[in-house]
Design a protein around this ligand. Structure first.
Ligand SMILES: CC(C)(COP(=O)(O)OP(=O)(O)OC[C@H]1O[C@@H](n2cnc3c(N)ncnc32)[C@H](O)[C@@H]1OP(=O)(O)O)[C@@H](O)C(=O)NCCC(=O)NCCS
Length: 454
Protein backbone atom coordinates (compact mmCIF):
# COMPACT_ATOMS: atom_id res chain seq x y z
CA UNK A 1 0.00 0.00 0.00
CA UNK A 2 1.44 3.36 -1.00
CA UNK A 3 -1.52 5.58 -0.15
CA UNK A 4 -0.42 9.13 0.62
CA UNK A 5 -3.74 10.48 1.66
CA UNK A 6 -7.08 8.91 2.47
CA UNK A 7 -8.85 10.22 -0.62
CA UNK A 8 -6.05 9.86 -3.16
CA UNK A 9 -6.65 7.63 -6.18
CA UNK A 10 -3.24 6.01 -6.56
CA UNK A 11 -1.83 4.53 -9.81
CA UNK A 12 -2.56 1.07 -8.33
CA UNK A 13 -6.22 1.94 -7.95
CA UNK A 14 -6.29 3.42 -11.46
CA UNK A 15 -4.88 0.18 -12.85
CA UNK A 16 -7.47 -1.89 -10.96
CA UNK A 17 -10.29 0.37 -12.12
CA UNK A 18 -9.15 -0.23 -15.73
CA UNK A 19 -9.73 -3.92 -15.02
CA UNK A 20 -13.29 -3.06 -13.95
CA UNK A 21 -13.81 -1.19 -17.23
CA UNK A 22 -12.32 -4.00 -19.31
CA UNK A 23 -14.64 -6.60 -17.76
CA UNK A 24 -17.73 -4.39 -18.11
CA UNK A 25 -18.59 -5.58 -21.62
CA UNK A 26 -22.35 -6.04 -21.65
CA UNK A 27 -23.58 -5.53 -25.20
CA UNK A 28 -26.24 -2.74 -25.13
CA UNK A 29 -28.31 -4.72 -27.62
CA UNK A 30 -28.90 -7.38 -24.93
CA UNK A 31 -31.08 -4.94 -23.01
CA UNK A 32 -33.70 -4.96 -25.75
CA UNK A 33 -33.17 -8.66 -26.53
CA UNK A 34 -34.14 -9.58 -22.95
CA UNK A 35 -36.62 -6.70 -22.68
CA UNK A 36 -34.79 -5.26 -19.69
CA UNK A 37 -36.50 -2.09 -18.51
CA UNK A 38 -33.53 0.24 -18.12
CA UNK A 39 -34.08 2.63 -15.23
CA UNK A 40 -37.12 0.45 -14.48
CA UNK A 41 -38.89 2.22 -17.35
CA UNK A 42 -40.15 0.97 -20.71
CA UNK A 43 -38.98 2.37 -24.05
CA UNK A 44 -41.60 5.12 -23.79
CA UNK A 45 -40.26 6.19 -20.43
CA UNK A 46 -43.20 4.80 -18.44
CA UNK A 47 -42.22 3.31 -15.09
CA UNK A 48 -42.59 -0.42 -14.49
CA UNK A 49 -45.55 -1.03 -12.20
CA UNK A 50 -44.11 -2.40 -8.95
CA UNK A 51 -46.65 -1.51 -6.29
CA UNK A 52 -49.93 0.02 -5.24
CA UNK A 53 -50.29 3.14 -3.15
CA UNK A 54 -53.00 5.38 -1.72
CA UNK A 55 -50.63 8.16 -0.75
CA UNK A 56 -50.06 10.23 -3.88
CA UNK A 57 -50.98 10.31 -7.54
CA UNK A 58 -48.70 11.86 -10.14
CA UNK A 59 -50.71 12.64 -13.28
CA UNK A 60 -49.25 13.75 -16.60
CA UNK A 61 -51.76 12.58 -19.18
CA UNK A 62 -55.45 12.80 -20.03
CA UNK A 63 -57.54 10.36 -22.01
CA UNK A 64 -58.54 11.47 -25.51
CA UNK A 65 -60.59 9.02 -27.62
CA UNK A 66 -59.50 6.24 -25.31
CA UNK A 67 -55.80 7.11 -25.67
CA UNK A 68 -53.58 8.74 -23.04
CA UNK A 69 -52.13 12.00 -24.37
CA UNK A 70 -49.68 14.39 -22.64
CA UNK A 71 -51.43 16.96 -20.46
CA UNK A 72 -50.63 19.54 -17.80
CA UNK A 73 -49.34 17.80 -14.69
CA UNK A 74 -51.32 17.35 -11.49
CA UNK A 75 -50.21 16.01 -8.15
CA UNK A 76 -52.61 14.64 -5.55
CA UNK A 77 -51.86 14.00 -1.89
CA UNK A 78 -54.33 11.40 -0.59
CA UNK A 79 -56.68 12.42 -3.40
CA UNK A 80 -56.42 16.19 -2.83
CA UNK A 81 -54.88 18.30 -5.59
CA UNK A 82 -51.72 19.96 -4.26
CA UNK A 83 -52.78 23.18 -6.03
CA UNK A 84 -55.89 23.28 -3.81
CA UNK A 85 -53.85 22.45 -0.70
CA UNK A 86 -51.46 25.35 -1.38
CA UNK A 87 -54.34 27.70 -2.19
CA UNK A 88 -56.16 26.65 1.01
CA UNK A 89 -53.06 27.45 3.05
CA UNK A 90 -52.48 30.73 1.23
CA UNK A 91 -56.04 31.84 2.01
CA UNK A 92 -55.75 31.04 5.73
CA UNK A 93 -53.36 31.86 8.54
CA UNK A 94 -52.11 28.37 9.36
CA UNK A 95 -49.02 26.66 7.98
CA UNK A 96 -49.21 23.83 5.48
CA UNK A 97 -46.32 21.50 6.26
CA UNK A 98 -47.95 20.22 9.43
CA UNK A 99 -51.38 19.90 7.82
CA UNK A 100 -50.01 18.03 4.79
CA UNK A 101 -47.90 15.75 6.98
CA UNK A 102 -51.05 14.81 8.90
CA UNK A 103 -52.85 14.23 5.59
CA UNK A 104 -50.08 12.05 4.14
CA UNK A 105 -49.69 9.95 7.29
CA UNK A 106 -53.32 9.50 8.27
CA UNK A 107 -55.15 9.93 4.96
CA UNK A 108 -57.53 12.68 6.14
CA UNK A 109 -57.46 16.46 6.30
CA UNK A 110 -57.23 17.34 10.02
CA UNK A 111 -59.85 19.38 11.83
CA UNK A 112 -58.54 22.45 13.66
CA UNK A 113 -58.28 20.63 17.05
CA UNK A 114 -56.63 17.61 15.39
CA UNK A 115 -54.10 19.86 13.64
CA UNK A 116 -53.34 21.77 16.86
CA UNK A 117 -52.79 18.54 18.78
CA UNK A 118 -50.60 17.12 15.99
CA UNK A 119 -48.52 20.33 15.76
CA UNK A 120 -48.01 20.16 19.53
CA UNK A 121 -46.83 16.56 19.22
CA UNK A 122 -44.30 17.53 16.53
CA UNK A 123 -43.06 20.39 18.77
CA UNK A 124 -42.76 17.98 21.70
CA UNK A 125 -40.58 15.65 19.60
CA UNK A 126 -38.44 18.53 18.32
CA UNK A 127 -35.82 17.95 21.03
CA UNK A 128 -32.58 16.12 20.42
CA UNK A 129 -31.26 13.63 22.98
CA UNK A 130 -29.08 15.26 25.67
CA UNK A 131 -25.65 16.26 24.34
CA UNK A 132 -26.43 15.04 20.80
CA UNK A 133 -25.36 18.39 19.31
CA UNK A 134 -22.10 18.42 21.27
CA UNK A 135 -21.22 14.73 20.98
CA UNK A 136 -22.43 13.92 17.46
CA UNK A 137 -23.14 16.96 15.29
CA UNK A 138 -20.09 18.95 16.36
CA UNK A 139 -17.75 16.00 15.79
CA UNK A 140 -16.14 15.66 12.33
CA UNK A 141 -18.69 17.95 10.61
CA UNK A 142 -19.15 17.06 6.96
CA UNK A 143 -19.15 19.58 4.11
CA UNK A 144 -22.27 17.87 2.80
CA UNK A 145 -25.36 18.26 4.97
CA UNK A 146 -27.05 15.23 3.42
CA UNK A 147 -24.14 13.19 4.71
CA UNK A 148 -24.51 14.88 8.10
CA UNK A 149 -28.22 14.08 8.12
CA UNK A 150 -27.72 10.44 7.24
CA UNK A 151 -25.02 9.99 9.89
CA UNK A 152 -27.19 11.68 12.52
CA UNK A 153 -30.16 9.49 11.61
CA UNK A 154 -28.06 6.33 11.92
CA UNK A 155 -26.67 7.53 15.26
CA UNK A 156 -30.18 8.14 16.63
CA UNK A 157 -30.61 4.35 16.43
CA UNK A 158 -28.33 3.94 19.43
CA UNK A 159 -30.42 6.40 21.48
CA UNK A 160 -33.63 4.44 20.82
CA UNK A 161 -34.40 1.54 23.19
CA UNK A 162 -36.94 0.16 20.72
CA UNK A 163 -34.92 0.85 17.54
CA UNK A 164 -35.62 -2.52 15.88
CA UNK A 165 -39.30 -2.74 16.78
CA UNK A 166 -41.16 -2.45 13.47
CA UNK A 167 -44.67 -2.57 14.90
CA UNK A 168 -46.81 0.21 13.42
CA UNK A 169 -47.14 2.38 16.59
CA UNK A 170 -43.40 2.25 17.21
CA UNK A 171 -42.49 3.05 13.59
CA UNK A 172 -44.98 5.93 13.63
CA UNK A 173 -43.33 7.26 16.82
CA UNK A 174 -39.90 7.05 15.16
CA UNK A 175 -41.16 8.73 11.99
CA UNK A 176 -42.75 11.61 13.89
CA UNK A 177 -39.51 12.12 15.80
CA UNK A 178 -37.49 12.18 12.58
CA UNK A 179 -39.95 14.57 10.91
CA UNK A 180 -39.55 16.90 13.90
CA UNK A 181 -35.79 16.56 14.15
CA UNK A 182 -34.71 16.88 10.50
CA UNK A 183 -34.62 20.72 10.60
CA UNK A 184 -32.38 20.67 13.70
CA UNK A 185 -30.04 17.98 12.35
CA UNK A 186 -29.66 19.82 9.02
CA UNK A 187 -29.26 23.37 10.28
CA UNK A 188 -27.07 22.55 13.29
CA UNK A 189 -24.91 20.40 11.01
CA UNK A 190 -24.52 23.40 8.72
CA UNK A 191 -23.68 25.75 11.63
CA UNK A 192 -21.05 23.28 12.88
CA UNK A 193 -19.50 23.04 9.41
CA UNK A 194 -19.42 26.83 8.93
CA UNK A 195 -17.81 27.20 12.35
CA UNK A 196 -15.11 24.55 12.07
CA UNK A 197 -14.32 24.93 8.35
CA UNK A 198 -14.89 28.64 7.73
CA UNK A 199 -14.34 30.05 11.21
CA UNK A 200 -17.84 31.55 11.30
CA UNK A 201 -19.43 32.30 14.66
CA UNK A 202 -21.39 29.38 16.03
CA UNK A 203 -25.12 29.82 16.55
CA UNK A 204 -27.24 27.06 18.05
CA UNK A 205 -30.70 28.55 18.59
CA UNK A 206 -33.23 26.28 20.28
CA UNK A 207 -36.44 25.73 18.30
CA UNK A 208 -39.55 27.58 19.48
CA UNK A 209 -42.57 25.40 20.28
CA UNK A 210 -44.99 28.04 19.00
CA UNK A 211 -43.28 28.20 15.59
CA UNK A 212 -44.17 26.09 12.56
CA UNK A 213 -41.54 23.92 10.90
CA UNK A 214 -40.85 26.61 8.26
CA UNK A 215 -40.56 29.37 10.89
CA UNK A 216 -38.27 27.24 13.03
CA UNK A 217 -35.93 26.59 10.08
CA UNK A 218 -35.52 30.35 9.51
CA UNK A 219 -35.30 31.02 13.25
CA UNK A 220 -32.52 28.49 13.96
CA UNK A 221 -30.63 29.30 10.75
CA UNK A 222 -30.37 33.08 10.95
CA UNK A 223 -28.01 34.59 13.51
CA UNK A 224 -30.61 37.25 14.42
CA UNK A 225 -33.53 34.74 14.11
CA UNK A 226 -35.55 37.32 12.15
CA UNK A 227 -37.75 36.58 9.10
CA UNK A 228 -40.74 38.10 7.32
CA UNK A 229 -44.19 36.51 7.06
CA UNK A 230 -43.80 36.16 3.27
CA UNK A 231 -40.45 34.40 3.71
CA UNK A 232 -41.95 31.87 6.14
CA UNK A 233 -44.92 31.38 3.82
CA UNK A 234 -42.70 30.74 0.80
CA UNK A 235 -40.56 28.23 2.70
CA UNK A 236 -43.71 26.51 4.00
CA UNK A 237 -45.00 26.29 0.41
CA UNK A 238 -41.67 24.87 -0.74
CA UNK A 239 -41.94 22.21 1.95
CA UNK A 240 -45.49 21.28 0.88
CA UNK A 241 -44.41 20.99 -2.75
CA UNK A 242 -41.48 18.70 -1.94
CA UNK A 243 -43.19 16.41 0.56
CA UNK A 244 -44.39 13.62 -1.62
CA UNK A 245 -44.28 12.35 -5.17
CA UNK A 246 -45.71 8.84 -5.30
CA UNK A 247 -43.98 5.55 -4.68
CA UNK A 248 -41.82 5.46 -7.81
CA UNK A 249 -39.44 8.36 -7.29
CA UNK A 250 -35.96 7.08 -6.50
CA UNK A 251 -35.81 7.86 -2.78
CA UNK A 252 -39.37 6.78 -1.98
CA UNK A 253 -38.87 3.57 -3.92
CA UNK A 254 -35.75 3.13 -1.77
CA UNK A 255 -37.98 3.53 1.30
CA UNK A 256 -40.24 0.73 0.04
CA UNK A 257 -37.34 -1.46 -1.07
CA UNK A 258 -35.36 -1.23 2.16
CA UNK A 259 -38.49 -1.37 4.36
CA UNK A 260 -39.46 -4.62 2.62
CA UNK A 261 -36.39 -6.32 4.12
CA UNK A 262 -37.83 -5.79 7.61
CA UNK A 263 -35.00 -3.54 8.76
CA UNK A 264 -35.28 -0.63 11.22
CA UNK A 265 -36.57 2.88 10.49
CA UNK A 266 -33.14 4.54 10.86
CA UNK A 267 -31.55 2.24 8.24
CA UNK A 268 -34.44 2.88 5.85
CA UNK A 269 -34.34 6.65 6.15
CA UNK A 270 -30.53 6.78 5.88
CA UNK A 271 -30.80 4.82 2.60
CA UNK A 272 -33.50 7.17 1.29
CA UNK A 273 -31.31 10.16 2.17
CA UNK A 274 -28.47 8.61 0.18
CA UNK A 275 -30.76 8.37 -2.83
CA UNK A 276 -32.11 11.90 -2.51
CA UNK A 277 -28.58 13.30 -2.35
CA UNK A 278 -27.93 12.37 -6.00
CA UNK A 279 -27.80 15.20 -8.58
CA UNK A 280 -30.36 13.39 -10.76
CA UNK A 281 -32.80 13.53 -7.85
CA UNK A 282 -32.78 16.00 -4.92
CA UNK A 283 -29.36 17.43 -5.74
CA UNK A 284 -30.63 19.09 -8.94
CA UNK A 285 -31.72 22.40 -7.36
CA UNK A 286 -28.12 23.28 -6.47
CA UNK A 287 -27.15 22.60 -10.08
CA UNK A 288 -29.89 24.96 -11.32
CA UNK A 289 -28.58 27.86 -9.25
CA UNK A 290 -24.97 27.17 -10.22
CA UNK A 291 -26.00 26.92 -13.89
CA UNK A 292 -27.74 30.31 -13.69
CA UNK A 293 -24.70 31.85 -11.97
CA UNK A 294 -22.56 30.59 -14.85
CA UNK A 295 -25.11 31.84 -17.38
CA UNK A 296 -25.24 35.32 -15.81
CA UNK A 297 -21.45 35.50 -15.77
CA UNK A 298 -21.24 34.56 -19.45
CA UNK A 299 -24.15 36.50 -20.95
CA UNK A 300 -23.67 40.12 -22.01
CA UNK A 301 -27.39 40.82 -22.22
CA UNK A 302 -29.78 38.75 -20.06
CA UNK A 303 -32.73 39.82 -22.22
CA UNK A 304 -31.19 38.89 -25.59
CA UNK A 305 -33.10 35.79 -26.76
CA UNK A 306 -30.46 34.91 -29.34
CA UNK A 307 -27.64 35.02 -26.82
CA UNK A 308 -29.59 33.06 -24.18
CA UNK A 309 -30.52 30.44 -26.81
CA UNK A 310 -26.87 30.10 -27.82
CA UNK A 311 -25.90 29.48 -24.18
CA UNK A 312 -28.66 26.85 -23.77
CA UNK A 313 -27.50 25.05 -26.91
CA UNK A 314 -23.94 25.14 -25.60
CA UNK A 315 -25.22 23.47 -22.40
CA UNK A 316 -26.80 20.65 -24.39
CA UNK A 317 -23.66 20.28 -26.50
CA UNK A 318 -21.55 19.88 -23.34
CA UNK A 319 -19.72 23.13 -24.12
CA UNK A 320 -20.85 25.17 -21.13
CA UNK A 321 -21.17 25.00 -17.33
CA UNK A 322 -20.48 21.45 -16.07
CA UNK A 323 -20.25 19.89 -19.56
CA UNK A 324 -22.89 17.30 -18.58
CA UNK A 325 -25.12 18.10 -21.58
CA UNK A 326 -28.08 18.98 -19.33
CA UNK A 327 -30.20 22.05 -18.86
CA UNK A 328 -30.88 21.61 -15.18
CA UNK A 329 -34.37 22.26 -13.86
CA UNK A 330 -35.92 21.12 -17.15
CA UNK A 331 -37.59 17.80 -17.80
CA UNK A 332 -39.12 15.14 -15.65
CA UNK A 333 -39.45 11.37 -15.77
CA UNK A 334 -43.25 11.57 -15.51
CA UNK A 335 -44.46 15.13 -16.21
CA UNK A 336 -44.58 16.36 -19.78
CA UNK A 337 -46.36 19.65 -20.53
CA UNK A 338 -45.97 21.02 -17.01
CA UNK A 339 -44.90 20.11 -13.49
CA UNK A 340 -47.61 21.52 -11.17
CA UNK A 341 -45.03 22.23 -8.48
CA UNK A 342 -43.05 24.46 -10.86
CA UNK A 343 -46.25 26.28 -11.86
CA UNK A 344 -47.07 27.03 -8.20
CA UNK A 345 -43.49 28.03 -7.44
CA UNK A 346 -43.51 30.39 -10.43
CA UNK A 347 -46.16 32.66 -8.91
CA UNK A 348 -44.64 32.63 -5.40
CA UNK A 349 -41.18 33.36 -6.75
CA UNK A 350 -42.58 36.20 -8.83
CA UNK A 351 -44.01 37.76 -5.66
CA UNK A 352 -40.83 37.37 -3.64
CA UNK A 353 -38.58 38.57 -6.47
CA UNK A 354 -40.52 41.85 -6.47
CA UNK A 355 -40.11 42.19 -2.67
CA UNK A 356 -36.37 41.43 -2.97
CA UNK A 357 -35.72 43.60 -6.07
CA UNK A 358 -34.73 40.59 -8.17
CA UNK A 359 -37.03 41.32 -11.13
CA UNK A 360 -34.21 41.21 -13.68
CA UNK A 361 -33.15 37.76 -12.52
CA UNK A 362 -36.75 36.56 -12.50
CA UNK A 363 -37.10 37.76 -16.12
CA UNK A 364 -34.06 35.64 -17.07
CA UNK A 365 -35.59 32.55 -15.42
CA UNK A 366 -38.84 33.19 -17.31
CA UNK A 367 -36.96 33.54 -20.60
CA UNK A 368 -35.11 30.26 -20.04
CA UNK A 369 -38.41 28.62 -19.06
CA UNK A 370 -39.81 29.68 -22.45
CA UNK A 371 -36.77 28.89 -24.63
CA UNK A 372 -35.34 25.70 -23.12
CA UNK A 373 -38.15 23.20 -23.92
CA UNK A 374 -37.98 24.01 -27.62
CA UNK A 375 -34.17 23.83 -27.67
CA UNK A 376 -34.13 20.47 -25.81
CA UNK A 377 -36.75 19.13 -28.23
CA UNK A 378 -34.53 20.21 -31.17
CA UNK A 379 -31.47 18.46 -29.80
CA UNK A 380 -32.91 15.34 -28.11
CA UNK A 381 -35.47 12.68 -28.89
CA UNK A 382 -38.49 13.85 -26.93
CA UNK A 383 -41.68 11.84 -26.99
CA UNK A 384 -43.66 13.49 -24.24
CA UNK A 385 -42.55 17.12 -23.95
CA UNK A 386 -40.19 18.87 -21.56
CA UNK A 387 -41.08 21.65 -19.15
CA UNK A 388 -39.60 23.26 -16.00
CA UNK A 389 -39.53 20.90 -13.04
CA UNK A 390 -39.82 21.68 -9.32
CA UNK A 391 -36.10 22.39 -9.05
CA UNK A 392 -36.17 25.11 -11.69
CA UNK A 393 -37.55 27.73 -9.30
CA UNK A 394 -36.83 26.20 -5.89
CA UNK A 395 -33.13 27.08 -5.97
CA UNK A 396 -33.94 30.67 -6.98
CA UNK A 397 -36.52 30.85 -4.19
CA UNK A 398 -34.00 29.56 -1.64
CA UNK A 399 -31.36 32.04 -2.80
CA UNK A 400 -33.87 34.86 -2.24
CA UNK A 401 -34.48 33.46 1.26
CA UNK A 402 -30.69 33.64 1.77
CA UNK A 403 -30.60 29.93 2.45
CA UNK A 404 -27.08 28.61 1.97
CA UNK A 405 -26.50 26.27 -0.98
CA UNK A 406 -25.50 23.52 1.45
CA UNK A 407 -29.06 23.40 2.77
CA UNK A 408 -30.95 23.19 -0.54
CA UNK A 409 -31.10 19.39 -0.69
CA UNK A 410 -31.63 19.02 3.09
CA UNK A 411 -34.69 21.29 2.75
CA UNK A 412 -35.98 18.76 0.23
CA UNK A 413 -35.25 16.00 2.78
CA UNK A 414 -36.94 17.94 5.62
CA UNK A 415 -40.07 17.93 3.45
CA UNK A 416 -39.77 14.46 1.89
CA UNK A 417 -39.33 12.65 5.22
CA UNK A 418 -43.12 13.05 5.62
CA UNK A 419 -43.72 11.21 2.34
CA UNK A 420 -41.12 8.55 3.12
CA UNK A 421 -42.77 7.98 6.51
CA UNK A 422 -46.21 7.54 4.94
CA UNK A 423 -44.76 5.07 2.43
CA UNK A 424 -42.83 3.14 5.09
CA UNK A 425 -46.02 2.74 7.10
CA UNK A 426 -47.87 1.69 3.95
CA UNK A 427 -45.19 -0.88 3.03
CA UNK A 428 -45.28 -2.36 6.53
CA UNK A 429 -49.09 -2.43 6.54
CA UNK A 430 -49.79 -3.94 3.13
CA UNK A 431 -46.84 -5.73 1.66
CA UNK A 432 -44.84 -7.98 3.95
CA UNK A 433 -43.03 -9.49 0.98
CA UNK A 434 -39.32 -8.75 0.51
CA UNK A 435 -38.61 -7.06 -2.87
CA UNK A 436 -36.39 -9.18 -4.96
CA UNK A 437 -36.24 -8.42 -8.70
CA UNK A 438 -34.13 -10.42 -11.13
CA UNK A 439 -30.89 -9.77 -12.98
CA UNK A 440 -30.07 -11.94 -15.99
CA UNK A 441 -26.50 -13.25 -16.07
CA UNK A 442 -25.05 -12.61 -19.55
CA UNK A 443 -21.55 -14.07 -19.37
CA UNK A 444 -20.10 -17.59 -19.51
CA UNK A 445 -19.70 -20.04 -16.65
CA UNK A 446 -15.97 -20.82 -16.34
CA UNK A 447 -13.77 -23.51 -14.87
CA UNK A 448 -11.85 -22.39 -11.76
CA UNK A 449 -8.08 -22.28 -12.47
CA UNK A 450 -5.66 -22.89 -9.59
CA UNK A 451 -3.55 -19.82 -8.87
CA UNK A 452 -0.32 -21.60 -9.91
CA UNK A 453 -1.69 -22.14 -13.44
CA UNK A 454 -3.01 -18.61 -14.23
C1 LIG B 1 -35.23 14.56 -14.97
C2 LIG B 1 -34.62 13.82 -16.14
C3 LIG B 1 -33.49 12.90 -15.65
C4 LIG B 1 -35.71 12.99 -16.82
O1 LIG B 1 -35.14 12.33 -17.89
P1 LIG B 1 -35.99 11.30 -18.74
O2 LIG B 1 -36.82 10.50 -17.86
O3 LIG B 1 -35.02 10.59 -19.66
O4 LIG B 1 -36.94 12.30 -19.54
P2 LIG B 1 -37.42 12.25 -21.04
O5 LIG B 1 -37.72 10.83 -21.40
O6 LIG B 1 -38.47 13.26 -21.25
O7 LIG B 1 -36.14 12.70 -21.86
C5 LIG B 1 -36.01 12.42 -23.23
C6 LIG B 1 -34.62 12.78 -23.65
O8 LIG B 1 -34.40 14.18 -23.42
C7 LIG B 1 -33.30 14.36 -22.59
N1 LIG B 1 -33.55 15.45 -21.67
C8 LIG B 1 -34.65 15.60 -20.88
N2 LIG B 1 -34.50 16.69 -20.11
C9 LIG B 1 -33.29 17.21 -20.42
C10 LIG B 1 -32.59 18.32 -19.96
N3 LIG B 1 -33.08 19.10 -19.01
N4 LIG B 1 -31.39 18.59 -20.49
C11 LIG B 1 -30.89 17.81 -21.46
N5 LIG B 1 -31.50 16.71 -21.94
C12 LIG B 1 -32.70 16.43 -21.42
C13 LIG B 1 -33.16 13.06 -21.82
O9 LIG B 1 -31.83 12.87 -21.35
C14 LIG B 1 -33.55 12.04 -22.87
O10 LIG B 1 -32.48 11.86 -23.74
P3 LIG B 1 -31.88 10.36 -23.98
O11 LIG B 1 -33.02 9.58 -24.50
O12 LIG B 1 -30.79 10.64 -24.96
O13 LIG B 1 -31.42 9.89 -22.64
C15 LIG B 1 -34.07 14.80 -17.20
O14 LIG B 1 -35.11 15.62 -17.64
C16 LIG B 1 -32.93 15.62 -16.66
O15 LIG B 1 -31.81 15.14 -16.60
N6 LIG B 1 -33.19 16.92 -16.30
C17 LIG B 1 -32.17 17.77 -15.79
C18 LIG B 1 -31.87 17.46 -14.33
C19 LIG B 1 -32.99 17.89 -13.40
O16 LIG B 1 -33.46 19.01 -13.46
N7 LIG B 1 -33.40 16.96 -12.52
C20 LIG B 1 -34.44 17.21 -11.55
C21 LIG B 1 -35.65 16.36 -11.79
S1 LIG B 1 -36.99 16.82 -10.75
Amino acid sequence: MHTNSYSEVTPEILKLSQLCEETATINPALYSEYDVKRGLRDVNGKGVLVGLTQIADVCSTRIENGVAVPADGNLYYRGYNVKDIVKGIDDSSHFGFEESTYLLLFGKLPTKPQLDEFTELLSYYRTLPTSFVRDIIMKAPSKDMMNTLARSVLTLYSYDDAADDISLPNVLRQCLQLISLFPLLSVYGYQAYKHYHDGASLFIHSPKPEYSTAENILHILRPDSKFSALEAKLLDTALILHMEHGGGNNSTFTTHLVSSSGTDTYSVIAASLGSLKGPKHGGANIKVVQMFEDMKANLKDWTDEEEVSRYLRALLNKEAFDHAGLIYGMGHAVYSLSDPRAVIFHSFVERLSKEKGKDKEFALYTLVERLAPKIIADERKIYKGVSPNVDFYSGFAYSMLNLPLELYTPIFAIARISGWSAHRLEELSYSGKIMRPAYKFVDEHKEYIPISQR
